[in-house]
Design a binder for this molecule. Structure first.
Ligand code: B3K
Ligand code: ZN
Length: 900
């Protein structure tokens, strides 16, 4: 397979100004006629030089029927067509028309890229390079054209016909067929093209924009789901309002459509005015969706809507620039969610995900800069790094420039680039120019892979009452990047006095001048090493560094004691750093117990591991006391508390452990949870009682209601670790009586961790209740797959043959296979059975859907983190996969890079 390199970017020799598409949708064959207006882009040619060829991208399942240039049909021999390309030579001078007719079989397209069928309806997915699965085209985002789409289909089977832009015309045809013509006035790259044809029901609301335009908002779903779209519609209205208020960005058409489909590789897609969503990110009712689902729907509806400006109006020049639209749009959706709900809770959730997953990606063989230098399949680069780290990099501008400065930069970005395909450098330049600052060291975040280490040491001088921070940074080498330069790290900080309150920050400049930073300041750290001195500090303070996680780095604070962390946990005015102090304490404790348990040898079962942990000192009173204080703090809301008493994930700890044993680490974590539950039982039970539903109270998705459920269910999960019959009975009762899915699934997820008949009874009754709700069955599959109950591999294997499981549906694969990959005990079973199961599954799914298989094979990427035996077994699965005949490029790229 061929790599593409960022350095090889060249403008195309031709551009396309208009595209006229005609789709004749059929049960057997679908015919697409595409008429392109082509413009030369090759500049002046030398005397006698031939005009360059026009090379249009295609795919092997797209059959070329006819091609004409300037009205003349080309005979065989006048063009060249391969599985991947149509080449046209001897083109006329100046502008000309090209007409291409292709035939497709969407009903056989299991890749879910290009035009395909889902639940009997036609739909499309073109990002990144799916448009070439429809017709031969210059399939690259710097070709921006105006599209007109005519769709023709059988009226009874496909009553709804949707395209991008405005409906221009529609009508009946002979033989029970009908048609619609859609016209999109905004030039766009072909990856934003979309079409839907099917039997769908619709719910509509309207939104009046800030300049007074009425926009019809429509969500299309299958008839039986019409009752589950209100939350998504409400989220869309909130998004539109928020973008006007926050960034002055108004919607630009009179219609905004969302269509929910069941078979979708990703979460959703921002096609111009016709967003297509995975149905799990649209449909919600209290009985079928959890608080987490509600919050994801709000976030993703926002995300796709925000793309209308950051992605669609201003798009990417080439796919290496993907973070230009994705990092920025994730940042925007994070801010939206923070404003709609709780800012602190949102920040903690995002950092938890970043540290447990993106940091792992960045430390492994797939590590790449947020703007990658090369790829084989672009679809493999829709990564946590491009999205989540990309959003952190956008947040750096916001932290450095402040809200106003950031807004000025955004305004200039749109003023300069509206209607164009641009680069990350253009974004940086807009931010720098609008604020008249130099951001060159921030630019390095785009080109360097890996998570920087930030080392901070502190010195208090009582005589001069000065407090000095010495900061050092380094980024470890990664594939193809041995030497890293220092990056711009904004360090947001405060200093806590003896009473726990922030003291004023008076920063001394190199020339001796003093700047007043208030009580929370931002230091601009961009050298390998720098010192920062504060004056007038009466008593040695406790530093609160990297407030709000002001940069995506691993921070090491020299000499930071447990006492200081306990002090920060109790007093820090920055809620993120309060949580962070607790995480640091827990991390230290878990790593210490893990080391003791690993050194102890012996069996890897929960009981033996527990004994070894206890012998090593167990969970100290001070730690239990700190958790007790958090649980009892009346000023903290329940969502925050729930996160503050959650231990760091296994993934997050793994990076500090050489040759990790995942089941052992799991048992150590569970030991700590159990000790906490033993000692905090009265507090946990009191919180459950205090936060329980009032009888008859209906479900509401509000920050307050979610906070009650979050802390209650966190306490229940901790209590369930005690494995006492009375508690299990209580969980069974709660499971039976739950009035919403959040509580129901919370109880079930506790029960699923227990071995024995209660587990089976609960799972069976849940299945029975929800067998007609495919989205709920995803949870049922996922819980069983992820369970750490001993010997669960056999159950997971049997689920593959269960009638509820459908291997051609991505959501099913993600719940079952990716879910299984998250189980430290069973995926990492010492006999290798979990790895063998996953290896087989990757190869099977790869024959159906390459993108899904590529996501599954990522479960093996971290193999170097584990002990020797597991390394060998995981490696041999990767080797088996890489050498498998007929492997897709998608899976090949991940598997082969993982082995390097
Ligand atoms: N832009 C789409 C991702 C499409 C992925 C294609 N493999 C979703 C999003 O980020 O909004
Ligand atoms: Zn996006």
């Amino acid at each position: 397979p061929q790599q593409k390199f960022r350095k090889d970017y060249a403008p195309p020799p031709y551009t396309i100004s208009t595209v006229h598409l005609n789709f004749i949708l059929g049960e057997e064959t679908t015919t697409v006629t595409s008429r392109l207006h082509v413009l030369p882009n090759y500049g002046l040619l030398e005397e006698g030089a031939a005009r360059p060829a026009l090379q249009l991208d295609g795919r092997k399942d797209v059959k070329l029927v006819r091609v004409a240039v300037a009205g003349n049909e080309l005979a065989a021999g006048q063009y060249m067509v391969t599985e991947k390309q149509l080449t046209l030579n001897n083109l006329p001078p100046g502008e000309f028309e090209v007409e291409v007719v292709t035939e497709l079989r969407p009903q056989d397209n299991s890749t879910l890229e290009g035009l395909y069928k889902s639940s009997g309806n036609f739909c499309t997915q073109c990002e990144a390079e799916g448009f070439r699965g429809i017709t031969f085209f210059l399939d690259r985002p710097d070709i921006m054209a105006k599209y007109t789409t005519r769709i023709e289909a059988d009226e009874a089977n496909y009553p709804v016909l949707l395209g991008n832009g405005n409906l221009k015309e529609s009508g009946k045809l002979e033989g029970g067929r009908h048609y619609a013509v859609w016209e999109d006035p905004f030039p766009k790259p072909c990856y934003l093209f979309a079409l839907v044809a099917g039997k769908l029901s619709m719910k509509e609301r309207s939104f009046t924009t800030c300049s007074g335009r009425e926009v019809a908002l429509r969500i299309f779903v299958q008839e039986n789901n019409l009752g589950k779209v209100d939350h998504a519609l409400e989220s869309l209205i909130k998004s539109m309002k928020w973008d006007e208020e926050t960034f002055g960005l108004e919607y630009d058409l009179d219609l905004f459509n969302i269509v929910a489909v069941d078979d979708f590789n990703m979460g959703a897609m921002e096609n111009k005015s016709l967003n297509i969503f995975n149905s799990r990110l649209v449909l919600a009712s209290p009985e079928t969706a959890t608080d987490l689902d509600y919050s994801r729907i709000e976030g993703v509806v926002g995300h796709e809507y925000f793309h209308n400006w950051t992605g669609n109006r201003v798009t990417c020049r080439d796919w290496f620039q993907l973070t230009l639209k994705e990092g920025l749009t994730v940042f925007r959706d994070q801010e939206f969610t923070a404003d709609m709900n709780s800012r602190a809770v949102k920040r903690i959730e995002d950092v938890m995900m970043l540290r447990s997953s993106q940091f792992t990606e960045d430390a492994g063989p797939m590590s790449h800069p947020i703007r990658p230098e090369s790829y084989i399949k672009m679809d493999n680069f829709y990564t946590l790094t491009v999205y989540e780290k990309g959003a952190e990099v956008v947040r750096l501008y916001d932290t450095l420039l402040g809200k106003e400065g950031f807004r000025k930069g955004m305004d200039l970005y749109f003023k300069r680039h509206d209607g164009h395909a641009v680069t990350c450098d253009d974004f940086l330049a807009a931010m720098a120019d609008a604020n008249n600052v130099n951001l060159d060291t921030l630019g390095r975040w785009y080109s360097q892979a890996g998570t920087p280490n930030l080392h901070v040491s502190t010195l208090y001088d009582a005589a001069s009452k000065t407090y000095t921070l010495t900061c050092k940074q380094n980024t470890p080498p990664s594939a193809g990047q041995d030497i890293k330069l220092p990056v711009l790290i904004p360090i947001k900080l405060g200093l806590l006095g003896p009473d726990g309150a922030d003291v004023p920050l008076r920063l001394r400049g190199p020339d001796g001048s003093v700047t007043d930073l208030g009580t929370t300041g931002v230091l601009r750290f961009e050298e390998a090493e720098s010192t920062f001195t504060f004056e007038g500090v009466e008593v040695e303070p406790v530093p609160s560094l990297l407030r709000g996680f002001s940069a995506p780095v691993k921070m090491h604070v020299e000499g930071q004691t447990d006492e200081q962390l306990l002090f920060l946990l109790a007093h820090d005015s920055d809620p993120f750093n309060r949580w962070e102090a607790g995480q640091r304490l827990a991390r230290k404790l878990l790593l210490k117990l893990y080391a003791a348990a690993a050194a102890g040898g012996g069996a890897d079962n929960a009981k033996d591991v527990g004994e070894r942990c206890a012998a090593a000192g167990g969970v100290p009173d001070a730690f239990v006391g700190a958790y007790r204080a958090v649980l009892g703090d009346e000023t903290l809301d329940g969502s925050f508390k729930a996160m503050a008493v959650s231990l760091p994930t296994g993934n997050e700890l793994m990076d500090a452990i050489e040759g990790a044993d995942p089941p052992l680490l799991h048992h150590v974590r569970m030991y700590v949870v159990k000790q906490l539950a033993l000692q905090l039982r009265p507090e946990l039970e009191a919180l459950v009682a205090a936060n329980d539903d009032k009888p008859g109270e209906p479900y509401h998705f509000t920050a307050a209601a979610c906070a009650h459920r979050a802390i209650k269910n966190r306490c229940l999960a901790m209590l369930s670790s005690l494995e006492e019959p009375e508690i299990t009975q209580m969980l069974l009762n709660r499971f039976k009586d739950a009035t919403n899915m959040t509580d129901e699934i919370a109880a079930l997820s506790c029960l699923v961790e227990l071995a024995g008949p209660d587990r089976d009874v609960a799972l069976a009754s849940f299945y029975d209740k929800f067998k007609d709700e495919p989205l709920v069955l995803l949870k049922w599959l996922g819980l069983q797959a992820t369970s750490n109950a001993p010997g669960n591999v056999a159950l997971v294997k049997s689920l593959v043959d269960h009638p509820a499981f459908n291997v051609t549906n991505p959501n099913n694969c993600y719940s079952l296979f990716l879910g299984f990959g998250r189980s430290p005990v069973n995926f990492h079973a010492a006999d290798g059975s979990g790895y063998a199961f996953m290896g087989d599954a990757v190869l099977r799914v790869d024959t159906i859907n390459h993108q899904v298989a590529a996501r599954m094979v990522s479960a093996f990427t971290t193999w170097r983190q584990y002990d020797k035996e597991r390394q060998a077994m995981m490696r041999s699965q990767l080797e088996r996969i890489v050498s498998h005949p007929g492997l897709s490029e998608n899976v090949f790229e991940i598997a082969s890079k993982s082995l390097k």
